[in-house]
Design a protein around this ligand. Structure first.
Ligand SMILES: *Cc1c(COP(=O)(O)O)cnc(C)c1O
Length: 456
């Protein structure tokens, strides 16, 4: 089908948007290990999760068997505001690299929150509303998730309380103001509004906060206020399920033009965009119907897949959340101040961890300066200013395309471009000024935090 002209942007029709999300777990022989109660050491039951999370989301979290979950019409209605998202043929990048490879990227930055996180935020807000809740609480670090959730909550008229790591609250006033414009209340964490916040402030006056601490505050507020639940923007199975809309659209678009990808590449923080992008392709791979190289890209400063251990660990630094079996650097691991804020999580989705463990996907880590080099190269020819997180995938897509140049192979590469970088210009400034460095943890540092893994 080489003669079939492929447009620069492949847009689907509205009615080609998926009507059901796809749950990869249904096709996995080895299911991801269950979340465990740190107190009892037993798998968490629905009743234990229900006071924290919305009911229907708990069902989705625990469901390893249902392959397709209908997307409610209200959610599809919202999706239509910014979906289907385009699958772009990177003709200009190919030309610049002089590669025989064919490069495509699925662009998820076409909405005000600027990332794929809105795909799950709207689903989680919908189920909270359906349950008759007043509102939801969450934490945000860099701010992408908080922004997406505040947009979703304003759509369904839900109260939204965001605990934002204090250092980001002060240094990233713009995202904070977007959230407030959508009606969310944004509290710098640690705060005086919770017991745990007061305790932390008493012990560490002047602290600039951490994600772990913000999670603890958001969970406390959700469990102490009737009509509130806690929501999370990555890592969980339910989030990967909602994000499958990315992969399903990608697959439909590729099939429309008879394109067969050889490799699928995505950045991995908690694993939600990658899990969503690869979902239907991994399904085929798991069922033995097709084969693809699937590559997770993580920062060398926070290399959970490539240098972590597959073990039960806490999902938060505060050690209050459930234990998950995943590739982890240890919940006490503190990544260096890496600008790709959205990739600074010590662990990884349990589903992706199991798939990686079973050899269904590969992982590589890349350093920050080479990531920004790729981001700049991409921006200059493709126009889009990419998020630093997304640029990890760009780096590896370029590397693979350059390998094709050497071997002469016409491979087809698909990667996920998860968002835009307009709120990351301080990082771009550092790069442009030549002030950006690469910080890679030593084996001793990783061993030290892994030594503190819970014994289970
Ligand atoms: C949050 C975020 C990521 C990483 O999160 P995953 O759950 O691993 O997808 C990647 N890119 C952008 C733009 C993000 O906002």
């Amino acid at each position: 089908m080489a003669d079939k002209k492929i447009p620069y942007k492949i847009y689907l029709e509205e009615n080609e948007m998926p009507k059901a999300w796809y749950n990869m777990r249904a096709d996995m022989k080895n299911k991801p290990a269950p979340l465990v109660n740190p107190g009892t050491g037993q798998p968490l039951k629905k009743e234990e999760l229900a006071p924290i999370f919305c009911e229907e989301l708990v069902d989705q979290e625990l469901d390893n068997d249902t392959a397709f979950v209908d997307i409610p019409e209200e959610i599809r209605g919202f999706y239509k505001m910014y979906r289907p998202s385009p699958l772009v043929r990177a003709y200009c990048l190919e030309e610049k690299l002089q590669t025989p490879a064919k490069i495509y990227y699925k662009f998820e930055g076409n909405n005000t929150s600027g990332s794929h996180k809105l795909n799950s935020a709207i689903a989680q807000a919908y189920y909270a509303k359906k349950q008759g809740l007043k509102g939801v609480t969450t934490e945000t670090g860099a701010g992408q998730w908080g922004t997406a959730l505040s947009m979703a909550c304003s759509y369904f008229d839900l109260d939204c309380k965001v605990y934002m790591v204090k250092v980001s609250y002060e240094q990233k006033p713009f995202r904070r103001e977007v959230m407030r414009t959508y009606g969310a209340s944004v509290v710098p964490s640690p705060s005086e509004t919770t017991d745990i916040g007061k305790k932390i402030l008493a012990e560490h006056p002047g602290t600039t906060g951490s994600l772990g601490c913000a999670i603890s505050e958001a969970v406390e507020v959700a469990t102490k206020n009737p009509g509130y639940r806690y929501v999370l923007g990555s890592v969980l199975n339910q989030v990967l399920l909602h994000q499958s809309v990315i992969g399903l659209e990608t697959k439909t678009a590729l099939e429309k033009y008879d394109i067969h990808p050889d490799m699928i590449i995505g950045c991995a923080g908690g694993g939600s965009n990658l899990g969503g992008l690869i979902a239907p392709f991994m399904g085929e791979k798991l069922r033995g119907e097709a084969d693809y190289r699937i590559i997770a890209v993580e920062p060398a400063s926070c290399p959970s897949f490539t240098r972590g251990k597959f073990a039960y660990d806490f999902c938060d630094t505060g050690m209050i959340c459930p234990l998950a079996k995943m590739y982890t650097l240890g919940s006490s691991f503190i990544p260096s101040a890496n600008h790709a804020g959205g990739l600074r999580f010590h662990g990884m989705s349990t589903t992706l961890s199991q798939l990686y463990h079973d050899g269904f996907m590969e992982a590589v880590s890349v350093e920050q300066t080479e990531v920004f080099e790729a981001a700049e190269q991409f921006a200059r020819v493709e126009g889009i200013l990419p998020a630093p997180e997304s640029s990890h995938a760009i780096r590896v897509a370029i590397n693979e395309a350059l390998k094709c140049k050497e071997t002469g192979e016409e491979k087809t590469i698909v990667f996920g471009l998860t968002g835009t970088g307009y709120f990351d210009l301080v990082a771009y400034e550092k790069y442009n000024n030549g002030e950006m460095g690469d910080v890679i943890p030593t084996d001793e540092q990783i061993a030290e935090s892994l030594a503190k893994l819970p014994q289970i």
